[in-house]
Write a protein that binds this ligand. Structure first.
Ligand SMILES: [Zn+2]
Length: 468
């Protein structure tokens, strides 16, 4: 598959279907700074700020979206994650790109080539050599922090395990160049109580906190100590990736007995594990509230479906999918319990199952007040594409207040994902412009321009209570 016309696919009016959309985007949205409040960038790479080894290192080697597409095309694994040369891998990606039409990868690929390298040609086998050479040439002088600055990134939050010493974050702060980078507290491993290496993890947590963990109370003390450490290092946000919210009834005494049993080397029942997880999640959420943090719940992924591939390559290699877990009742129960105790922190919930969009859209309004705000976060992962974003914003408009929305984040491992903020902004401007042109909204560009700037930046800054 080869395009015959390879020039200039991404034009100025990309995704902007009328003049009003162009006015909103160029006059109001384009120049706004970016706060990328949840992503998986490496703090080490930001701290060291060395040039990337090559285009493969920054664009292909860690991108499981691309890997999935290549596997779907039937490409051999040696060209995806195996030991083929960089050029061979790049060529196989170039061969794949024309097949990705209709998938967000097609738009992202060309937007990224355009914004980072000013390359307008379509990537395909006939352009592979030239684009491989040109990107590698430019990368010699394009440092990670400059990449972020070029994308107007003012601040970002990474994703860090509680046992992390945060030394790279400390180095970034000392460097004092590039955007502000804050840690994000993600304690997912604490919920895997029956996993094989759980006791090793508890030992590492004990080492990092200086707390000897032999009971529920000491476990919570250790977590509290790590939260304080993260807070001292600038962290103001936590994140949990769960299939569904843990919200079983439990007694502290029974949870304590379960943990002690596990520490002695025995596994515990599914029911006891659920009670343990429900207890720890609630207690963590109370700690987040007490520290004035924002908490995030990424709900609904069914991970690691291809066991064979996971055994070969590890987790997060492109064999996760959308799950169909029940969400509403447990989420309501946990948020309600925190609300009743006056311990509900600023919260962002993310949905992966499009069948549940309205479920998520209708949840925040139950708990929003002058004291606390619950946000349904932007379309996530498989839904992070044109239809997914538009559908999320439509559902949010219908059941909440789009004008208060905190907008886009990349949730990405790649330094080259930041044009997704532009992608989102263009879609947002286009959606509002279409409603204006159809007479569904007043033709008042300053009003909607301000609202768009709020969604792109100001709402989030207020939501996270970031004072500059
Ligand atoms: Zn994430």
């Amino acid at each position: 598959m080869e395009f015959s016309n390879t020039k200039g696919f991404i034009q100025l009016d990309f995704l902007l279907q009328n003049k009003t959309a162009e006015q909103l985007y160029f006059q109001y949205a384009e120049a706004m700074p970016v706060i990328d409040y949840h992503n998986h960038l490496s703090p080490e790479v930001i701290a060291k700020n060395q040039p990337f080894r090559d285009i493969n290192a920054v664009w292909l080697d860690g991108d499981h979206y691309k890997w999935r597409a290549m596997r779907t095309l039937g490409i051999e694994e040696k060209f995806i994650t195996g030991n083929a040369s960089n050029k061979e891998k790049f060529d196989q990606w170039a061969k794949t790109v024309p097949y990705t039409v209709g998938n967000p990868l097609f738009h992202w690929t060309h937007l990224e080539l355009k914004r980072y390298f000013n390359i307008s040609d379509l990537l395909q086998p006939s352009s592979s050599d030239a684009i491989f050479e040109e990107t590698n040439h430019q990368l010699k002088s394009l440092l990670p922090n400059q990449m972020l600055k070029n994308m107007k990134v003012e601040m970002l939050c990474t994703t860090d395990d509680p046992i992390d010493d945060l030394k790279h974050h400390q180095q970034i702060k000392k460097n004092n160049f590039g955007p502000k980078v804050l840690p994000g507290f993600r304690p997912d491993k604490i919920f895997g109580i029956n996993t094989e290496h759980y006791l090793d993890y508890l030992n590492a947590l004990a080492d990092s906190s200086g707390v000897n963990i032999n009971s529920l109370q000491t476990l919570l003390d250790a977590l509290k100590s790590r939260i304080s450490y993260f807070h001292e290092n600038g962290c103001r946000i936590s994140d949990h990736g769960l299939e569904y919210t843990y919200a079983s009834d439990y007694s502290l005494k029974a949870v304590d007995v379960s943990l002690k049993k596990r520490i002695s080397g025995e596994k515990i029942s599914e029911e006891d594990a659920l009670a343990f997880n429900s207890c720890v999640l609630f207690e963590l959420f109370v700690m987040y509230y007490e520290n004035g943090w924002t908490q995030q719940l990424h709900l609904g992924a069914l991970r690691g479906n291809n066991q064979k591939l996971n055994e070969q390559l590890g987790a997060d290699v492109g064999c996760d999918s959308i799950g169909d877990f029940a969400q509403a009742k447990n989420l309501s129960k946990l948020l309600g319990k925190l609300n009743s105790s006056d311990k509900l922190a600023q919260t962002i919930i993310y949905n992966l199952n499009p069948a549940m969009n309205e479920v998520f859209a209708s949840m925040p309004g139950n708990f929003n007040s002058s004291k606390v705000e619950i946000q349904w976060g932007t379309a996530w992962w498989f839904l992070d594409q044109k239809d997914g974003m538009e559908t999320q914003m439509k559902a949010l408009s219908n059941m909440g207040l789009l004008s208060r929305f905190i907008g886009m984040l990349t949730d990405s491992r790649s330094f080259m994902s930041f044009p997704r903020h532009e992608y989102f902004r263009r879609l947002l401007c286009n959606m509002i412009a279409n409603d204006i042109d159809q007479g569904l909204l007043p033709n008042d560009l300053p009003f909607f321009g301000k609202m768009i700037q709020d969604i792109c930046y100001n709402n989030l800054k207020n939501f996270l209570k970031l004072k500059h």
